[in-house]
Design a protein around this ligand. Structure first.
Ligand code: COA
Length: 260
């Protein structure tokens, strides 16, 4: 399937590399990009050829420099609510994918670009990456999850600083804040993302999916989250891969997981 604004490559290990491709506009998210991301991640949920997704931006300068400001003049209260809800629904789809999604942040990740990275399960940044929530400079607030996911990742104090000052932070600072998992050179970024994805794809696929689901409950009250975890643990115990994993360990051999 072709996408107007995305380049999609799927390798023989099932790693889909998705490149947002509007480099002349620093890969800003217009309605077409949002629609293409929606369509791609819908497909990724059901397409067995896709086992994990690496999301990046075209060019060497920008991951995604935010929502497309050129369209902002059209927004009023009602359209703004729809605009935010539409983007949030697509980012929720990314977050809720049962397969791992890594953001390979190759430059500016601002506004909706930062929020897109926060919605991915893992983030690797090149050393030229810059993160920020500059919406206050435009007289708006983050609308694609920045006031909700960023505090969950960075804690309320640091998130408040970022969204109120609009300041950009570099990759190293983002790493220190726990916002990114690794920092690499730009040349090594995609290899690092593929290496991390390959490690994850070597594990039992259903256990990975159930783990992602359990992690999504980590912001619930502890007792509720633990109940979800126990239920999902039980589901994992019903899989053939669980038998295989235990047999392989006890038999001192490598597990051959089938995703069943
Ligand atoms: N929406 C629409 N177009 C954008 C954009 C965005 N969020 N970010 C960058 N662009 C466009 C610029 O308008 C410019 O287009 P043009 O060549 O047709 O004039 C092109 O991308 C290159 O950007 P430019 O500003 O010339 O690059 P720069 O290196 O001088 O600055 C940034 C880079 C990222 C600092 C700057 O583009 C910027 O501040 N962008 C907006 C970031 C933002 O506020 N995002 C949150 C939106 S809620």
């Amino acid at each position: 399937m072709d996408y107007a604004t995305l380049l999609v490559e799927i390798d023989d290990r099932g790693i889909a590399t998705v490149t947002i491709n509007r480099p002349d506009k620093l890969n800003a998210l217009n309605a077409d990009v949002i629609a293409d991301l929606d369509a791609f991640f819908q497909r990724a949920g059901t397409d067995g050829a896709i086992r994990g997704v690496i999301l990046t931006g075209a060019g060497e300068k920008s991951f995604v420099a935010g929502a497309d400001i050129a369209r902002f003049r059209e927004l009023d209260g009602e359209k703004g609510r729809f605009f935010a809800a539409r983007g949030q629904a697509v980012f929720n789809r990314i977050e809720q994918l049962s397969k791992p999604v890594i953001a390979a942040v190759n430059g500016f990740a601002l506004g909706g670009g930062s929020e897109l990275a926060w919605a991915c399960h893992l983030r690797i940044a090149s050393d030229n990456a810059r993160f920020g929530q500059p919406e206050v400079n435009l007289g708006i607030i983050p609308g694609y999850g920045g006031t909700q996911r960023l505090p969950r990742l960075a804690g309320l104090g640091l998130a408040t600083e970022l969204v109120l000052t609009g300041d950009m932070i570099d990759a190293r600072r983002a790493y220190e804040m726990g916002l990114v998992n690794r920092v690499t050179t730009q040349a090594e970024l995609m290899d690092a993302a593929r290496a991390m994805m390959t490690t994850i794809l070597g594990k039992a696929p259903l256990a990975v999916a159930l783990t992602l689901k359990a992690l999504r409950s980590s912001d619930r009250p502890l007792a509720e989250g633990l109940a979800v975890e126990a239920d999902l643990f039980g589901q994992a115990c019903d899989t053939e891969d669980f038998r295989e994993g235990v047999d392989a360990f006890l038999g001192k051999r490598k597990a051959d997981f089938q995703g069943k």
